[in-house]
Write a protein that binds this ligand. Structure first.
Ligand SMILES: [Zn+2]
Length: 473
């Protein structure tokens, strides 16, 4: 009986949707109008979660490339929206209904308009093949009771929206699965060839991102942050995937006879000034020193500790993980630092008044934690060090207090460091090497690797005299 109901519902709903790519009837429960509504709704969520990158010139450029490809897609009548998001994450994704996103993080690693077109073409492929919608429908079918109920409830659109955003959440993190990813690549390759971009750009982008992912695991460790890994696109297949090469080769064969447009100069001109890595709004960590421009503060964590700049706190972990330091902020502290510390730590704590680089502070000693409170720019900064055992805490005592004592308000020179890093396009001169260009780079010891990665010259390429290349400053 249950099976009968399921197949009945499926046949009632599925018939109305024809897949724009295959022309066949797809198992899809959503009309195009609903699809667009869901996309628009989810677009608001995405823009709440991520900031839109503030550069009209770059947004316009990405949009113009995207629209060109979309016109050659299987759904040329759909209204497409292309948005560059302000995050260092390496990602691109699409929502149903024509909403496509690319992060500034991934843009830094691309080197031509054709590569940008490859990323956008792949995402357009997800839209035209309705992958988001198909995934949603499969999930709905699995939860058919809910679907039957929804049909008779006026809030059906809301329900679909909510379910879909869960699924989109999953797809953003993991991609759409191997088959859908390959299909998106195949469609992307076709659209590239119709727009006179070289479909081989897809393979090139995969290679660049694989290198980035490989090297970033190491760089992330050095810098004490999470690796920036490409989530969806390409993550599911290796760059030597035979079926991928077949799909791209096929599109290449059918490409028009005239020369492919690479657009390296156009793309590099558009990338000049692009923010690289952290945006300084949440503070930056350079060589284990934390700087925050808006709060006007800085402090130095112990060498070799891993510093994690989280949204609500700053956490540093000792190399073996046995001790950690955490800093939080109180916007409206009351009383003196000693009074504040007393309220915080209780009467059992040993509290000493302290002056730290001209700031009034208090040192807190408890049996299982050592830390302090520093007042700066009308705020209280609370630092707490803990360890797994008391002897381990004692062993790290000097480092914890050293961190507290390093706390100071930003100097003029430091304010310059807080400026976000940006990409600048220069012309390589005779004798330029990435090692040479990396000297004095604000990227520190990781600079040479970064320069090679962003110029698609990893692991051992060197700039050619006269070549336009990207540096970070
Ligand atoms: Zn994808």
């Amino acid at each position: 009986m249950r099976i009968l109901i399921i197949s009945l519902v499926i046949s009632l709903l599925a018939g109305c949707a024809q897949n724009p790519v295959t022309g066949q009837n797809d198992f899809v429960m959503m009309s195009e109008g609903q699809e667009i509504a869901v996309g628009r709704q989810s677009d608001e969520q995405v823009k709440k979660q991520y900031k839109v990158y503030e550069s009209k010139a770059l947004q316009d450029y990405v949009n113009s490339v995207g629209q060109k490809i979309a016109k050659q897609s299987h759904r040329p009548g759909l209204q497409y929206h292309f948005t560059v998001l302000d995050t260092a994450d390496i990602n691109a994704f699409a929502l149903p209904g024509g909403y496509v996103y690319i992060t500034r993080g991934i843009m830094a690693y691309l080197n031509s308009e054709a590569e940008l077109a490859a990323v956008l073409g792949h995402e357009i492929g997800h839209v035209t093949a309705r992958h988001g919608v198909r995934q949603q429908s499969a999930a709905q079918a699995a939860n058919i009771g809910l679907t039957i109920a929804s049909i008779f409830v006026p809030e059906i659109n809301n329900n679909i929206g909510q379910n879909l955003s869960n699924i989109i959440g999953g797809a953003l993190l993991s991609g759409y699965g191997r088959e859908h990813e390959l299909e998106a690549d195949r469609l992307g390759a076709v659209y590239l060839s119709r727009t006179d971009y070289n479909p081989q750009a897809i393979i090139k982008v995969i290679g660049v991102l694989k290198n980035q992912e490989l090297k970033d695991a190491e760089l992330a460790k050095q810098e004490g942050r999470e690796p920036r890994r490409y989530h969806g696109l390409f993550a599911s297949h290796p760059d030597n995937d035979t079926r991928l090469h077949q799909a791209v080769g096929e599109a290449d064969k059918n490409a028009t006879a005239h020369a492919h447009f690479e657009g390296r100069g156009e793309f590099l001109a558009a990338s000049d000034g692009l923010v690289f890595n952290d945006n300084s709004e949440q503070g930056v960590v350079r060589n284990n020193r934390f700087y925050h421009g808006e709060l006007g503060i800085s402090l130095q964590f112990p060498e070799a500790w891993q510093v994690h700049n989280l949204s609500d706190s700053l956490v540093a972990v000792s190399p073996k993980g046995e001790a950690r330091l955490q800093m939080k902020m109180d916007q409206k502290p009351g009383g003196s630092p000693v009074e504040y510390a007393r309220r915080l730590a209780g009467y059992g704590a040993n509290i000493q008044p302290l002056e730290v680089n001209g700031l009034s502070a208090a040192l807190i000693d408890l049996p299982n934690s050592i830390g302090g409170v520093v007042y700066a720019n009308k705020r209280a900064f609370i630092l707490q060090g803990q360890a797994k055992t008391r002897p381990e805490l004692a062993a790290h005592r000097d480092e914890i207090i050293g961190t507290l004592r390093s706390f100071h308000t930003l100097t003029g020179a430091e304010r310059k460091l807080v400026k976000p890093l940006g990409i600048r396009v220069i012309t390589a001169r005779q004798g330029d090497t990435y090692a040479g260009l990396a000297r004095n780079s604000p990227l520190g010891q990781s600079a040479e690797s970064y320069l090679r990665l962003i110029n698609a010259s990893y692991p051992d390429g060197e700039p050619q005299p006269g070549q336009r290349i990207k540096i970070v400053e």
